[in-house]
Design a protein around this ligand. Structure first.
Ligand code: TRP
Length: 331
């Protein structure tokens, strides 16, 4: 049995990028008897941007509801909010002692944050990879299903776990690796012709978006005037539309539009309409499920409480082991 940990930062509802980059894999893993899964809402990570208490609560709740709507089963996996497991914060403190400023400053996501938000470069942002390592190591996980953008963070986790083992001359923590079923972590593009789909980039299609909203967003996707030479190379903006189409549409549909592109008779309006309808079809069951549980606070509370109990059981075992190794269990 392998231990699996993953989470998503609670900075808004889940979008297609979260689904195909992460949650889709969570769901496959929860049904596999070889995996013992811990999936959580990374709400402590969201504190780097100073949400109001109301926003903090709402954001945590939205991710919980979206997780459940995608089909995550709290009976099959341990589903919890990070802030309900204080052992994670304690391990984070200890790992911070062996994490170096220099290596943290080199992390791509940190450099990116400095570039975009130089008014709020706090220590929590710098030590984001340390908290992430604590999330993973608190359950001694070996497999971490994540999107491509998290691969460097997992490398840091391996650095910290190996360093801890080396410093205290033991093999307490195992090494963890990114995991996808296809072997390649995927990056889901946004529809604005630029990079990946992201909550903060304003280019996301959310699982709970109503059909009309999805149609509007997709129709606005960036395209160009179309190919003029047969079999020309696709520009990024068009490639992105095809990437999304491949995720939600039938193979025959994708093939149809590829042929049209290569023959220079593609109509981007039709392509986008098809993409919108297939996204709507794909997300329909999730929207239905969200509507059925969104007001059921009793159920939501029950799920979080059960998850926190199970997560703390595993977390306290690990933390106790760490305390022993470090010398904190004194007598
Ligand atoms: N950093 C991840 C993200 O931005 C979320 C995350 C936090 C995470 N802790 C984790 C993912 C531990 C996997 C394992 O989505």
């Amino acid at each position: 049995m392998e231990t699996v940990v993953s989470g998503i930062r609670s900075t808004g509802c889940l979008h297609l990028g979260n689904y195909f980059g992460a949650v889709g894999n969570f769901l496959k893993m929860q049904d596999d008897k070889d995996y013992h899964c811990y999936f959580f809402i990374a709400d402590l990570h969201s504190l780097t941007t100073h949400p109001t208490p109301d926003d903090f609560k709402r954001n945590t709740n939205e991710v919980l509801i979206d997780y459940l709507a995608c089909g995550m089963d709290p009976e099959k996996v341990v589903l919890y909010a990070q802030s309900d497991v204080p052992e994670i914060a304690q391990l984070y403190l200890l790992l911070n002692m062996i994490a170096y400023k220099g290596e943290l400053e080199k992390v791509a996501s940190f450099k990116d944050k400095i570039r975009k938000h130089d008014e709020n470069v706090n220590a929590g942002l710098l030590t984001y990879p340390v908290l992430m390592a604590a999330d993973i190591l608190i359950h001694k996980a070996t497999k971490v299903p994540v999107g491509k953008d998290q691969v460097q963070h997992l490398e840091m986790t391996r650095n910290f776990s190996n360093r801890f083992n080396h410093l205290y001359k033991n093999d307490f923590f195992p090494e963890c690796f990114p995991f996808t079923f296809s072997g390649n972590p995927i990056a889901v593009p946004g529809l604005d012709g630029t990079g990946k789909m992201g909550k903060s980039d304003g280019n996301g299609i959310y699982l709970r978006d109503e059909p009309e909203v999805i149609r509007k967003k997709v129709m606005k996707a960036v395209t160009d005037s179309g190919p003029t030479q047969p079999n020309s190379k696709m520009p990024d903006s068009i490639k992105n539309i095809f990437t999304l189409l491949k995720l939600v549409s039938q193979e025959a549909t994708v093939a149809h539009f590829e042929v049209a592109y290569n023959n220079c008779n593609i109509r981007y309006g039709d392509l986008k309409k098809q993409l919108a309808e297939d996204i709507i079809l794909f997300t329909n069951p999730m929207r239905e499920k969200i509507k059925s549980i969104i007001y059921d606070k009793t159920y939501q509370e029950k799920v979080l409480k059960m998850g926190a109990e199970k997560a703390r059981e595993s977390a306290s075992k690990t933390l106790n082991g760490v305390r022993e190794i470090v010398g904190m269990n004194k007598i």
